[in-house]
Design a protein around this ligand. Structure first.
Ligand SMILES: NC(=O)c1ccc[n+]([C@@H]2O[C@H](COP(=O)([O-])OP(=O)(O)OC[C@H]3O[C@@H](n4cnc5c(N)ncnc54)[C@H](O)[C@@H]3O)[C@@H](O)[C@H]2O)c1
Length: 378
């Protein structure tokens, strides 16, 4: 299968994570289109230099426009601060290179619309947004149960991601905590898509949102240690009215928190239904919890799923699955779909990113106006 030659723009935390996943390709069984990273771009010399560890990278750039002129590159993975998404994603798409962009896929709705307009000009370019958590095998089990209709009428749903590193009040400021670089969404922009990929894909959509937003830490140590403003939202709870494709209506909660005691990058999904309820947490990544009914009673059961991902791997089924495995699966989903191969659970689509922006924009409106805001995501 013809490899996909990638250029990476943004060689920070996520750039490095996807770069090493590309080197693990033999881990996947089957002849899947291999991502080969040939070029890297970053304004930080230190982060760019790290990419010398990736043996396939032979071109290094400080200006992404020069990378886009490299004819060897077929696709770009772009992981930059949110304020740069609109311009850089637009330029990537207009250069004719396929794009795996990072969330939130534009700092706000108008930035997304800039990217959307570039996609309309280049419909031949394949565009997806990075989102890896649905690739945990336990989450895929929930997907299969849902698609088989096992849940029955939905009672309630909850999708959460919770960090706690910001509980350290001495943690220095960075671009993710600055409004001009991270945007008005605050934690919702950083974390929102992790809570939305699964429900949006299953057709569980909010049609009314009431947002509770909290800026809990107002200053953080700046570059010289003195406090500087930290203006972004730390925690968000979106209480929504959701509906599904059967027309059933139910409460739907999204939680995005940077200040959640005891969490690291804890992702939690729960769908409760009349016939079946199921939940997943990255704190117990090997298992899915589901209810079994005994007459009128229900009991929660823990089913160990093991290593049973969407794209089969060499790892034995008894071994646990982890974060870097989910990144490998997401990359496989991207390159497979790009080459027109079957992909049972594609990466987050631009249409879903549009829904995400409509939800988060309505959440800001809800908080500012102190009311529930209706939405139309169908
Ligand atoms: N999918 C996930 O789980 C996940 C996790 C964390 C972050 N992200 C997303 O990834 C993106 C990047 O986040 P990160 O955590 O990797 O940030 P980071 O700060 O670690 O990396 C960003 C990199 O961009 C570089 N950069 C800044 N301006 C540049 C420019 N003009 N040209 C080239 N390089 C430039 C910086 O030097 C840095 O190396 C964001 O969109 C973020 O939301 C996704």
């Amino acid at each position: 299968m013809k490899p996909v030659r990638f250029g990476f723009i943004g060689c920070g935390l996520m750039g490095r994570e996807l770069a090493t996943a590309s080197l693990r390709w033999p881990h996947l069984l089957g002849d899947l289109p291999r991502p080969v990273i040939v070029a890297a771009c970053d304004t930080s010399e230190e982060n760019l230099t790290w990419f010398r560890k990736i043996p396939t990278v032979h071109a290094f750039y400080r200006d992404y426009r020069e990378l886009l002129q490299n004819p060897e590159i077929e696709a770009v993975y772009c992981a930059l601060p949110h304020a740069l998404h609109a311009q850089v994603y637009r330029d990537i798409i207009l250069s004719g290179k396929h794009l795996l962009g990072e969330k939130p896929f534009g700092m706000d709705l108008s930035a997304f619309e800039t990217i959307q307009s570039a996609m309309q000009q280049r419909p031949d370019v394949f565009v997806r947004c990075s989102s890896e958590f649905p690739y945990y095998p336990a989450v895929q089990q929930i997907v299969r149960w849902f698609q088989a209709g096992a849940f029955g009428q939905v009672i309630e749903t909850r999708f959460a991601i919770k960090h706690s590193s910001d509980m350290d009040l001495k943690k220095p400021i960075n671009w993710k905590r600055q409004r001009d670089k991270n945007g008005d969404y605050g934690c919702m922009g950083d974390l929102g898509i992790h809570t939305q990929h699964l429900p949006f894909r299953l057709g569980l959509l909010p049609h009314m949102v009431g947002a509770q937003l909290a800026n809990l830490v107002k200053t953080r140590p700046g570059p010289n240690g003195a406090p500087v403003p930290c203006e972004t939202w730390d925690n968000a709870i979106l209480s929504c009215e959701g509906h599904d494709q059967n027309g059933d209506v139910f409460p739907m909660v999204f939680e995005m928190k940077r200040m959640a005691p005891g969490c690291t990058n804890t992702v939690e999904y729960e769908i409760d239904g009349i016939n079946l309820s199921a939940r997943f947490t990255t704190d117990d990544p090997n298992a899915v919890y589901f209810t079994q009914s005994m007459g009128q009673k229900q009991a929660w059961t823990r089913l160990v799923v093991g290593q049973a991902p969407l794209f089969p791997v060499i790892t034995g089924g008894i071994f646990e699955f982890g974060f870097s495995d989910s990144i490998l699966q997401m990359l496989a989903a991207f390159t497979s779909e790009l080459r027109g191969l079957p992909c049972a659970f594609p990466c987050f689509t631009p249409d879903e990113a549009h829904k995400s922006h409509l939800l988060l924009t309505a959440a800001l409106q809800s908080y500012n106006e102190k009311r529930m805001v209706p939405l139309s995501l169908d």
